[in-house]
Design a protein around this ligand. Structure first.
Ligand SMILES: [Zn+2]
Length: 338
């Protein structure tokens, strides 16, 4: 039986790939790329559980949720599953990392070198992986020249442009696409959200389940409200306040700052889209109706200029996926608006 986690995520390419794969075709490394919140980590965990499930199956994907392997996996105590949740920076030497929880390249290679304790596979999942130096990445590269049998490394990244080409070339890369609004809506509905709230959250989600849930919980209100205010100031020729992004906070790593800026750009896209819709004057439903008053105070521009602005913001999304620093991305975005 395939559990829901394999079905709900925006993983058509991954489902097609792994659905057609037998154990002999399994690679030692996969890189799942795509925007944040489209199910890369959810799918990676489901794949890991599939590999560690001890019930015989005809396909690679799928797990029983009842065997000892599945029970250990769900309890978070499977000896052959190593996962790093959230953002991971992999440093070169012990003590060089900014955060205590950061893995060193040496830790990682040691984990990878162990054979499976109870399973034929040993699965290592590194979510939102980022290497703090080329040397750290190279330590992993050396390992991949001759990986132990049964080791499968799963990386996820929403900024794959920051990974070295030499790393990327050693992994099978599979793209995850943003979900359609109706897909987000049905995932929320399946989770017990009522129809009206599910539709509104899905419309504000830009294809991300994570963002849709944040909208429902009001959890992103801090960055959301601040990003709308930033947009209104930048568009009106005032100096926008970007302190909410905490780009000068040295306790945050580059990956965390990049994630905050990526979130901000998505909100700015919503803001710009609604501002342009107000300029058309028709009864276009707004994605963020609560921001109508703020957005309607921003001076309108000729339709061609508004269209060019929307395109420029979309380009900034791509820039944010490269290794250009978060601060420069924000500066670039502001230039597009001003
Ligand atoms: Zn099982």
């Amino acid at each position: 039986m395939i559990e829901g986690a394999l079905e709900v995520v925006g993983a058509r390419a991954a489902l097609t790939y792994f659905g057609a794969l037998g154990p002999a075709g399994l690679s030692h490394g996969y890189l799942f790329t795509g925007p944040a919140g489209v199910g890369k980590k959810t799918f990676a965990r489901a794949l890991a559980q599939s590999l560690l499930c001890e019930t015989p199956k005809s396909t690679l994907l799928g797990y029983c949720n009842a065997c000892a392997g599945c029970r250990l996996f769900r309890a978070g105590t499977h000896p052959d599953f190593v996962a790093s949740e959230g953002e991971v920076a992999i440093g070169q030497n012990a003590g060089s990392a900014q955060h205590d929880e950061d893995l060193t390249a040496r830790d990682l290679v040691r984990e990878l070198s162990l054979h499976g304790y109870r399973s034929a596979y040993r699965v290592v999942l590194l979510g939102d992986v980022e290497f703090s130096s080329p040397a750290a990445a190279n330590a992993l590269l050396k390992f991949f020249e001759e990986p132990p049998k049964g080791v499968v490394v799963l990386l996820t990244s929403s900024a794959s442009g920051t990974l070295l080409p030499t790393i990327r070339s050693r992994f099978v890369e599979i793209g995850f696409a943003p979900l359609g609004t109706s897909e987000v809506e049905s995932v929320l509905r399946a989770g017990g959200v009522d129809a009206t709230r599910a539709r509104l959250a899905a419309e504000a989600s830009f294809g991300s389940i994570t963002r849709a849930r944040a909208v429902l919980e009001g959890a992103d209100e801090g960055i959301r409200g601040a990003a709308f205010a930033w947009f209104a100031d930048a568009m009106s020729g005032r100096a926008p306040d970007r302190s909410f992004l905490q780009l000068d906070d040295r306790s945050l790593n580059a990956s965390e700052k990049r994630a905050a800026v990526a979130e901000m750009i998505e909100i700015v896209r919503i803001a710009a889209r609604d501002w342009a819709a107000l300029g058309v004057g028709a009864d276009v439903p707004l994605l963020a109706p609560d921001q109508r008053e703020l957005l309607s105070r921003i001076p309108q521009r000729p339709p061609a200029a508004a269209a060019a602005l929307l395109a420029a913001i979309a380009e900034t999304t791509k820039l944010a996926e490269t290794n250009v620093s978060a601060g420069l991305v924000v500066d670039y975005l502001r230039m597009q608006l001003g």
